[in-house]
Design a protein around this ligand. Structure first.
Ligand code: AMP
Length: 398
């Protein structure tokens, strides 16, 4: 694998897999361009070198081939703007004559955006012939789509075999993601505090199990905390609880004890009489919630309890909110945790926020610049921390 920063793209056709899967409204206007902006540094470096950029991406989940709704052509004007007025051509097919002709026409400093890869079923199937056709469009392949790195699709992984090792690269976004994740999992400075929240235990079992091998402390908040409370004989009222995961929760607690990992559960909760923004609220011990009431955020004692652990950390991973942060009455716990992470980071800790809604929370509360790294890849980052090999990473490295 070659190094992106030292690669000279002059006169090279760089075939870049990006994740431009942005949300569009009814008028096909982009409502959140975060994913497009994330790819800009990579594209600018190629263009500045005097290279040509050929972009491949998916958009949405088209079912039956080409459709207006999922066309990447809607992104062209905004992409050109993000690149400071650079010419962005568009090919209304990602393979075939038009794609090859346009790719043959572009000049150094220009960009060609190919139509949605998922208009072909072959993309998600990881079809080798389709990957080979795509590979013919460029001299060098760059994977900068961390959001799809956990998928072995034609453009994200299979295509790699049609480029020699020195023509396979991570883009800057992908490089940043991989480096941050490695720093947390393999170059860990202890204490390593993992904060896991969100709705369900079932979604987070694998990540907790993998972190058990590495973390000093695991903080468990959000809806999933109540399954743990119940598993220990607590009374959780109408709080979220996965009855079929009580044994799993017990096994996790037992394993943590054996391994000397400290599991922290919220001692108290903000409880509500219904799942609504205008609910009546009160505070109760998390293991003694009255019937008909539900825990929707961690309480103030739990906030102190969690903050104290976080502030002593040297490495922090945060995945999942502490409560229903979408509703103002239940966002305090998530904010306090974000605050403690910001403070620890200022004191020299490395903090990574990745996967799930914690990224949305960090953005919403304005903490993006106060943590070391905010991952753009939800599912991909989650799978990385579950200890899985991500095909999009392995394809470039191998
Ligand atoms: P995840 O995608 O797994 O990170 O889960 C995020 C979702 O969990 C958010 O939509 C939160 O509103 C929800 N959540 C967090 N805490 C609770 C809770 N105590 N009860 C119900 N849902 C919760």
């Amino acid at each position: 694998m070659a190094n992106f920063a030292s690669y000279n793209f002059s006169n090279q056709k760089a075939l870049v897999r990006v994740d431009f899967n942005v949300p569009l409204n009814d008028k096909f206007e982009i409502t959140d361009d975060t994913r497009m902006r994330a790819a800009v540094p990579t594209l600018k470096k190629i263009l500045a070198d005097g290279g040509m950029v050929i972009l491949m991406s998916h958009l949405g989940r088209p079912k039956d081939g080409p459709s207006e709704k999922y066309s990447l052509k809607h992104l062209v004007p905004h992409l050109s703007k993000l690149l400071g007025g650079t010419t962005v051509l568009f090919a209304n097919d990602c393979i075939g004559e038009q794609a090859y002709l346009t790719a043959g026409m572009i000049r150094p400093g220009e960009v060609l955006l190919l139509e949605n890869l998922r208009f072909y079923k072959e993309e998600e199937k990881g079809d080798e012939k389709f990957a080979e056709k795509l590979s013919k469009l460029g001299d060098v392949w760059i994977n900068d789509a961390f959001g799809t790195a956990h998928r072995a699709h034609a453009s994200t992984a299979v295509i790699a075999k049609f480029f020699p090792a020195e023509k396979r690269l991570f883009g800057l976004l992908m490089e940043g993601e991989v480096k941050s994740a490695e720093k947390v999992l393999h170059e860990t400075e202890r204490p390593f505090v993992a904060i896991i929240g969100g709705a369900k235990v079932s979604d987070k079992i694998l990540i907790i199990e993998n972190l058990m091998e590495r973390a000093t402390d695991i903080i468990i908040g959000g809806g999933m905390a109540y399954t743990f409370m119940r598993a220990q004989g607590g009374k959780t009222g109408a709080s979220l609880c996965e009855e079929d995961r009580l044994d799993t929760a017990r096994e996790i607690m037992k394993k943590a004890e054996e391994k000397g990992v400290c599991i922290h559960l919220p001692s108290d909760s903000v409880i509500a009489d219904k799942f609504a923004a205008d609910a009546q609220t009160s505070v109760a011990p998390s293991n003694n919630i009255p019937d008909g009431w539900m825990g929707l955020d961690i309480g103030s004692t739990a906030c102190d309890q969690f903050s104290n652990v976080i502030k002593k950390a040297k490495t922090i991973l945060w995945n999942g909110p502490m409560g229903v942060f979408e509703m103002p009455k239940f966002q305090h716990g998530t904010k306090v945790v974000a605050d403690a992470i910001a403070e620890a980071t200022e004191d020299g800790a490395f903090s990574l926020v990745g996967g799930g809604d914690s990224v949305a929370a960090v953005n919403q509360f304005g903490y993006t610049d106060k943590v070391s790294y905010v991952s753009t890849g939800g599912g991909a980052m989650l799978e990385y921390f579950e200890g899985k090999v991500l095909p999009g990473i392995a394809a470039v490295q191998s």
